[in-house]
Design a protein around this ligand. Structure first.
Ligand SMILES: *Cc1c(COP(=O)(O)O)cnc(C)c1O
Length: 409
């Protein structure tokens, strides 16, 4: 037998979401008459926009036509989409990003892991705590995490976030090479101000760090002064990679399309000291290991940038945001501390009375028939919290929240 990648042995046994699903199913089989309202889902529920569906139909017809057929596309993505992204998401907001620095992907999750090919195995990784579990798990698989002890990996530098720092991590006190930041944040729901993010960009420039900035939720930003793109901060193009997705913005979780910006100005060094643009390495990595996102999903993504598509993005994200607001307000009414929901579809809530995340999960499931995501699944600093999402229908959101209000009276 061959020897396998030993890092997998160290990964946590059960992925958070499968354990949640298992417990919900167990509850359902014991209480067949209770309809469980899913407030834990990290998946969207509203369908693709009509303009997107139309663009896909046209793309399918092209692929089925001998004169308009497309085979392999550019590994980096089609120019029509890279240009639409540059024009709307960057130039339209006063940010100078070249379409050739935009790489189309099949979604943010793949690129978050794939970027690990570009920086050295020896890089020390800093990750917010709590965080989207993928950053930690990718680091474990790549052998950058060390050993797990007392809820923490020995080689990961944790950037703790709690109400005391308004869920804004403090700058690292120890060595960090690659810093993962996610804003608006999953799970805490908090957005970051320009002033706050500038501290990180300045720090990374001074120390020579790489920031991997996950802005999967930028379309949910509503407040002025809250950052959508890290490139709003001067000098960020020399230290930051930005990862985005059409998943939450436009309902592409099943369709799959996203993009990663690796600015040409972002440089690193080989072991021999020679300088190289990270874009060069990423381009080499992608052309070697990736054959591009599907033509159909790239045509679909381009339709998001039509006037009709942009209106639908606004309407769609507004809908989820209203759900989040209902959830947050209800949780505050029953005496919980609830955060987020202003620039993101997530609400992060705690009873503040010492109950742990799984106790809260069980409390809401068994007494009110709705599910939450235990905060402890996002890291040790998530203990005592649950995450709720606005990604449900308005009816279901209201159903879940009214059960809570009525019976807590
Ligand atoms: C949902 C999510 C992603 C993954 O998006 P895909 O494009 O569907 O892979 C990435 N980052 C965060 C923080 C997310 O919540």
């Amino acid at each position: 037998m061959i020897q396998v990648n030993d890092n997998f042995r160290h990964l946590p046994v059960s992925y958070l979401f499968s354990e949640v699903a298992r417990r919900i199913n167990a509850f359902k089989s014991e209480h067949p008459s209770t309809e469980v309202v899913r407030m834990d889902i990290g998946d969207v529920t509203r369908p693709l926009f009509p303009s997107v569906v139309k663009a896909m139909h046209e793309a399918v017809d092209e692929l089925g036509s001998s004169s308009r057929f497309h085979g392999y596309g550019p590994e980096q993505g089609y120019p029509f989409l890279r240009e639409a992204i540059a024009a709307h998401d960057y130039h339209g907001r006063g940010i100078d990003i070249n379409p050739s620095d935009i790489f189309i992907s099949d979604g943010a999750k793949s690129d978050l892991g794939n970027l690990g090919d570009v920086y050295s195995r020896d890089c020390k990784v800093a990750i917010m705590n709590p965080a989207y579990p993928v950053y930690v798990d990718d680091s474990v698989i790549d052998g950058r995490a060390g050993v797990f002890h007392d809820g923490r990996w020995s080689d990961i530098l944790y950037l703790d976030c709690d109400p005391d720092n308004h869920f804004m991590p403090m700058l690292p006190t120890g060595r960090a090479d690659v810093i993962f930041l996610c804003f608006p944040n999953n799970p805490t729901g908090e957005g970051i101000s320009k002033r706050e993010l500038k501290r990180w960009v300045d720090y990374a420039r001074e120390k020579g760090n790489l920031i991997i900035y996950d802005s999967a939720y930028e379309a949910f930003v509503r407040e002025d002064g809250i950052v959508r793109s890290i490139y709003e901060i001067e000098g960020a193009e020399e230290v930051a990679i930005e990862i985005r997705s059409f998943s939450k913005t436009a309902g592409f979780t099943g369709l799959r399309c996203g993009y990663t910006v690796v600015p040409s100005a972002l440089k690193g060094r080989y072991a021999n000291g020679e300088e190289v643009a990270l874009r060069t390495l990423w381009n080499r990595r992608q052309t070697t290991k990736f054959n591009g996102a599907s033509y159909i999903s790239q045509r679909a993504a381009a339709a998001v940038y039509t006037p009709e598509g942009l209106e639908d993005v606004k309407r769609n994200t507004d809908y989820y945001m209203r759900n989040a607001e209902i959830i947050r307000d209800t949780f505050r009414k029953i005496g919980f501390r609830a955060y987020g929901g202003e620039n993101s579809p997530y609400v992060w809530a705690t009873s503040g009375d010492g109950r742990d995340s799984w106790e809260l999960f069980t409390f809401f499931l068994e007494n009110f028939g709705f599910s939450t995501t235990p905060g402890s699944g996002f890291g040790s600093k998530g203990e005592g919290y649950v995450r709720l999402t606005g990604f449900n229908s308005r009816e279901n959101t209201e159903k879940g929240m009214s059960r809570l209000l009525e019976r807590m009276k």
